[in-house]
Design a protein around this ligand. Sequence first.
Ligand SMILES: [Zn+2]
Length: 84
Amino acid sequence: MSQRQKKKLVNEGVARLKAKPGWDPAAFKGKTPTEQLRDLHQAQRTLETAAEAETCDACTAARAATDDPTALCDAHLEAALGFR
Ligand SMILES: [Zn+2]
């Protein structure tokens, strides 16, 4: 993949993520396109995990047990952190 294609991919991804709440575009400043792309993949995965967790029974139980609306079950916590 060329630098130019990477940049295009990053810009498209950033535009998508900017439309979502809780996204901080300042976190991208001063990074190379390769670093941005890597971060973007992680951010995308975190967002996907959050969406999955919305309908996960174990996550719902974890939220109820801890009284923390952002709590995740072990599997989704690992996924959100990029371990899986
Ligand atoms: Zn879960």
